[in-house]
Design a protein. Structure first.
Lengths: 501, 316, 327
């Protein structure tokens, strides 16, 4: 018997395009709540996936209860007593509540025959534990995202797990639900379950965690520390830890600059809460908020994908109605760069130059509508140089590039339309520190050239360093607007203040 | 279950269509509901239902299988040849027929798994194996059917209990087993979960390989039963058995309320769906309409019913 | 092993090498192969395979499938037959009418795929039945054989005592498709939608319009293939297109078109058609049962899948190496 229930030793994981984990080690004691903190893209979710057997580590080993184990598939993880709630929702839409809660019995092959009554009883019991009150026979498609989240936690708990992994369990649930969840987590600790808890919300961490491991850019930051030896500022310093690495840009004056984009109480069919803001020429406006706070959705309203229903949107003082994204970038020179580079930004099997070509179709077509590849390559070479995209040549497939370079291509695609307003969604998610700095300076330069930029980010440090002004989002609403004084400490208190209001 | 719920269900509307069709046929043709016609209808229905339920299992797992027809033909031919040339006793021949189906299922399963698992991959893979199986059948038979089928074999599907042919009973037993599989066993739930959301299913420990293998073996064995049932109905084993199963196999479960994208089945709905298809075919024969209309009408019926289904889900 | 990999990486080599190998084996083993009669008949089959392959390739580039290639072909040829035999219209008008019919059928499929929300596979499957059924109902299964003499002879003209005239049509279609895919906006848009539909929308491509255009183009190509088939047989048979479905997938895939969409190769498709004809010819010349053709085509598709998979694997390996180098 070992003092530690779970030990990770020198875990390294390489994905096509990115080195997600680099020599990470930590240990979890029996019956403790162990917080795993780090910024977006630091590698926490990859770690969870390795512990739960979704990925195999490239190097390193995992010990469970002192014995080295190879967790080759999720079934193996369950057999070892490791339960997990992933960050994305993983419910089966066509199953009812009880079937979803007892899903692991089925998926791991533990129960060969389904006993509906026993399942219902078990489901009711497990739901009680997390404070859910649902009919076990009802379908789940119409449940709110908060209810679905609790359902997943109920599912993870119904296994008799020795270790429970919770990846951002409170990201999309209401405060009361979160309170109930924290209570349940503490209750489980009393029962002797070890818990790995990942969260962006530092208050939660200090409320429940016994010890804390910090991960930054896929590496350990120092040793695991007892939670009592840290305070919020220290923890943030450990998490961000790179104030000196990435430049903080000086404040600029926009008093006399013209307003290029102004929204007055706009709302759409999907989000009926009215929202207002303005954007000045050459300004970098930060949109801060957690995942699911409604930032991307708001951007979609502005660029015409979910068209505005009520309120007025003014571009350079003129009231406009944008009905499609084509219109947004062709007529009003607004471009949007998605947060999902791979799913929504790039054509991965295509070369760099073809990726650029598709958005620059107008420029590269000669008379008669024939495409000039010479022109396309010229344009691509120009961006490759100006954005210093690192690739052998412009004909390599974008799938083979690193995340940072892929992001630069996305930005290049945006620049192709000669935008006056750029909305960049999470520009540095999953990108290593150095490239992060490069992309920041790129965005800053663009704003100096007179392009107004909206940076959407859930990385507070990033916005403090980069933005001139910050708007705070929560629950699909604009909760506050702050002048950025470029001081992380005071800014984060202010932002947290406006979120709690 | 209150009436409102029943009224809104898919089964209700399809049943209504069936009743209307039968009523119309009864008005046009006096002796439409004669015992002979009913039993002829039911014999075809049994095969179509099995073909549909075979496809339903593939659809449930998020895939599809267009080699059902050639799998059925292969089992029928093997089973027939062994009885005719080797004088194999009937139970042994049936066993070989089922084994042939299972073999086709294993080949399909392995290849589908290798080519990526669901959706398009399963279609193209089975399209290829369909062609290979068909080629093998024709090479073995050189295009000729097997005509000396023992009477005891034919009797299994052709005996009548009242107006109900035994093949109907075989079909019902198999469908009840499938129903039990999806409703009460872990295997069935695993298949459904995999079909609804393969990524989550794998995250929670459902093996992609095992699920795909199970689905394909099961589907192919059912196709084998359907193939042999055709031999029982017709009395000979022709190599072109199953050549027209592709459309039916998708139409029956989808009309019956099986979810297109996988993850939800309606086992007894398949019978309703098959009923619609069978009645159309039967009616066209009775009305003396050119056989050419069959394909056209089948195409239209599927589009119309799918569109209605779509409208209903949009209203929700 | 490394050389094999390099060969695979060069898209075309996976078609050219088998062509050369089979050609050499056939030339060596069977006497009749190089005879001008046999070569002529080989070259006469090529155009149809190639154009059917191109018709499927266009839809594959969108990441979708067109199961109805054969049915569109047969219905278009019925329109052609009616126009020529019943109404006695001039040949050019008949050809335009048939292509128009193909376009219309493709358009209908495209509209249903984009607007109805029904599973595209089911739509295509239902239309396969519907178009074929319509062709049968219109004609009651009767072929059209009173076609204009000039048109019939066109399908059997020999140029230089070796090349059928239809092969030049195929080359023309191939070149046109090459230009459309590579040098026209439509081609770029098709590939963008096939590679990543959401990214295409975020790049300002009208997804629905592009998909519909792709299906239209595919429909027209099916009609062209059908017309060539008619001119070769000298009559409109209702069995035209019955065996097109599998071929239509095999030909482009052999030529390096990705099944998952977003990458096509027109020249490869052309050569893929040639390879298919050679294989069919080999089966005939070697005296293997003609039924073996079916099995052979199936196996070729499975092999093509294997090549497709290896290409993809190499792509991810490249990506992995890129990281290791940077790190």
């Amino acid at each position: 018997m070992s003092e530690y229930i779970l030990e990770l030793e020198s875990i390294t994981k390489i994905f096509p395009g990115v080195k997600a984990l680099d020599d990470v080690s930590f240990k979890i004691k029996k019956g403790e709540i162990h917080a795993l903190v780090g910024e977006n893209g630091a590698g926490k979710s990859t770690l969870i996936n390795i512990i739960s057997g979704v990925f195999e580590p490239t190097k390193g080993q995992v010990k469970v209860d002192g014995r080295p184990e190879k967790i080759t598939n999720p079934g193996k993880a369950f057999d070892l007593g490791i339960g997990v709630v992933h960050q994305e929702r993983n419910l089966i839409d066509t199953f009812n509540v009880a079937e979803n809660i007892c899903f692991m019995d089925v998926s791991t092959g533990k129960s060969k025959l389904i006993d509906k009554e026993a399942m219902k009883q078990k489901a009711v019991k497990d739901m009680e534990r997390v404070g859910l009150d649902l009919d076990p026979g009802q379908g789940i498609e119409e449940l709110t995202s908060g209810k679905k989240q609790m359902l997943e936690i109920a599912r993870a708990m119904c296994m008799d797990s020795k270790v429970l992994l919770l990846d951002e369990p409170t990201a999309s649930i209401s405060l009361t639900e979160a309170d109930q969840l924290l209570k349940t987590v503490k209750q489980l600790r009393e029962e002797g379950v070890s818990i790995i808890y990942i969260s962006h919300k530092l208050e939660e961490i200090f409320e429940i965690a016994d010890s804390i491991t910090v991960i930054r850019d896929g590496k350990n930051v120092g040793q695991t520390l007892p939670a009592s030896s840290l305070d919020k500022d220290k923890l943030i310093e450990l998490m961000v830890g790179r104030k000196h690495v990435i430049e903080t840009y000086a404040n600029r004056e926009f008093e006399s600059a013209p307003v290029v984009l102004e929204a007055d109480e706009i709302s759409s069919k999907k989000n009926t809460i009215p929202k207002s803001f303005y954007l000045k020429k050459g300004e970098i406006l930060g949109w801060y908020g957690l995942v699911g706070a409604g930032r991307t959705e708001f951007a979609r309203e502005i660029i015409g994908i979910d068209p505005v229903r009520k309120g007025t949107l003014k571009v350079k003082g003129q009231e406009v109605k944008i009905g499609s994204y084509e219109e947004a970038f062709q007529k009003y020179k607004i471009c949007y760069i998605s947060e999902n580079r791979k799913e929504e930004g790039l054509f991965l099997q295509h070369s760099i130059t073809d990726n650029i070509g598709i958005i620059a179709l107008k420029e590269i077509c000669s008379r008669g509508g024939f495409i000039s590849y010479k022109k396309q390559d010229e344009i691509t070479e120009k961006y490759k140089k100006s954005l210093s995209i690192k690739a052998k040549d412009i004909f390599v497939e974008t799938a083979s590039l690193s995340g940072g370079n892929q992001q630069k291509i996305c930005i290049a695609k945006g620049l192709c339309v000669n935008p006056e307003i750029m909305i960049i969604d999470e520009p540095t998610v999953g990108i290593d520190v150095n490239t992060k700095g490069e992309i920041h300076s790129l965005i800053y330069e663009l704003s100096n050239q007179g392009i107004s930029v909206i940076v959407i980010s859930s990385d507070m440090g990033e916005l403090v360093q980069l933005a001139d002004r910050i708007i705070v989002f929560k629950d699909h609403e604009i909760k506050g607007e702050l002048e950025n004084n470029k001081d992380y400490g005071s800014m984060s208190t202010k932002v947290m203040g406006s979120i709690l209001l | 279950m209150d009436f409102k719920k029943i009224r809104k269900s898919n089964g209700f509307s399809v049943s209504l269509i069936i009743i209307c069709m039968i009523a119309v046929m009864c008005i046009i043709k006096r002796n439409y509901l004669s015992a002979d016609n009913i039993s002829a209808l039911l014999k075809v229905l049994a095969v179509t239902s099995l073909v549909g339920s075979s496809q339903m299992i593939s659809i449930a797992s998020g895939g599809m299988n267009v080699s059902i027809g050639s799998t059925g033909a292969m089992s029928a031919i093997f089973c027939g040849l062994l009885m005719q040339n080797a004088g194999l006793p009937v139970p042994a021949a049936i066993f070989i027929g089922l084994l042939t189906g299972a073999g086709c299922g294993v080949i399909n399963g392995l290849l589908i798994y290798r080519n990526g698992g669901v959706g398009v991959a399963s279609f193209l893979t089975t399209l290829a194996t369909n062609s290979v199986f068909t080629g093998i059948i024709y090479m073995i038979t050189t295009g000729h059917g097997v005509s000396k089928i023992p009477a005891s074999f034919v009797a299994i599907g052709n005996t009548k209990l009242g107006a109900i042919p035994t093949s109907m009973i075989v079909m019902l037993v198999i469908l009840i087993l499938i129903y039990l599989l999806f409703r009460y066993t872990g295997w069935g739930k695993q298949i459904l979960a995999f079909g609804a959301n393969p990524k989550s299913a794998e995250l929670y420990g459902i093996s992609r390989f095992r699920t795909i293998m199970r689905v394909n073996i099961l589907a192919s064995v059912i196709a084998a039963v359907a193939g042999m049932m055709v031999v029982m109905r017709v009395g000979t084993a022709q190599p072109d058995i199953g050549s027209d199963w592709m459309l039916q196999s998708f139409a029956a479960p989808l009309i019956g309320g099986t979810r297109q994208a996988g993850g939800k089945v309606n086992v007894f709905g398949v019978i309703l769906g098959a009923f619609v298809l069978t009645i159309i075919q039967n009616a066209l024969v009775h009305l003396g309409v050119d056989v050419y209309w069959t394909e056209l009408i089948n195409g239209v019926v599927i589009i119309v019913i799918m569109a209605l289904d779509r409208l209903r889900s949009m209203k929700k | 092993m490394k050389k094999v990999k390099q060969l695979l990486q060069a898209d075309l080599s996976s078609v050219i090498v088998p062509i050369i190998v089979i050609f050499a084996i056939l030339a060596a083993t069977s006497e009749g192969f190089l005879s001008s009669y046999n070569m002529y008949s080989v070259l006469q089959s090529v155009p149809i395979f190639v154009i059917v392959g191109l018709a499927q390739m266009v839809v594959l580039s969108l990441g979708q499938m067109n199961l109805a290639v054969g049915s569109i072909g047969v219905l278009s040829s019925v329109v052609f037959g009616i126009a020529m035999q019943k109404w006695g219209l001039p040949t050019v008008v008949c050809i335009i009418a048939a292509c128009g019919a193909g376009l219309l059928q493709g358009y209908l499929q495209g509209i249903m795929v984009t607007k109805s929300g029904i599973n595209p596979f089911i739509i295509s499957l239902a239309l396969l039945s519907l178009y074929k059924g319509l062709a049968l109902v219109i004609t009651s299964g009767q072929p059209f054989s009173q076609l204009s003499e000039g048109f019939k002879t066109f399908g059997n003209i020999k140029v230089l005592n070796l090349f059928p005239a239809t092969i030049f049509v195929a080359v023309l279609v191939g070149v046109t498709m090459f230009i459309v895919i590579r040098y026209r906006k439509l081609g770029k848009k098709l590939l963008a939608c096939g590679s990543n539909g959401v990214a295409a929308v975020y790049s300002g491509v009208n997804y629905d319009k592009t998909v519909i255009a792709g299906h239209c183009l595919s429909g027209v190509l099916c009609a062209v293939a059908a017309i060539l088939q008619v001119s070769r047989f000298g009559s409109v048979q209702l069995s035209i297109g019955d065996d097109w479905m599998l071929t239509s997938f095999v030909v482009p895939v052999l030529g390096g078109t990705l099944l998952s969409g977003g990458k096509v190769n027109v020249i490869g498709t052309f050569l893929g058609g040639f390879l298919m004809v050679l294989i069919n010819n080999a089966i005939v010349l070697w005296g293997v049962s003609s039924y073996a053709t079916n099995a052979a085509v199936g196996i070729i598709l499975l092999l093509a899948y294997e090549v497709d998979r290896m290409r993809k694997k190499m792509m991810t390996n490249q990506a992995k190496n890129a990281v290791e180098k940077e790190g």
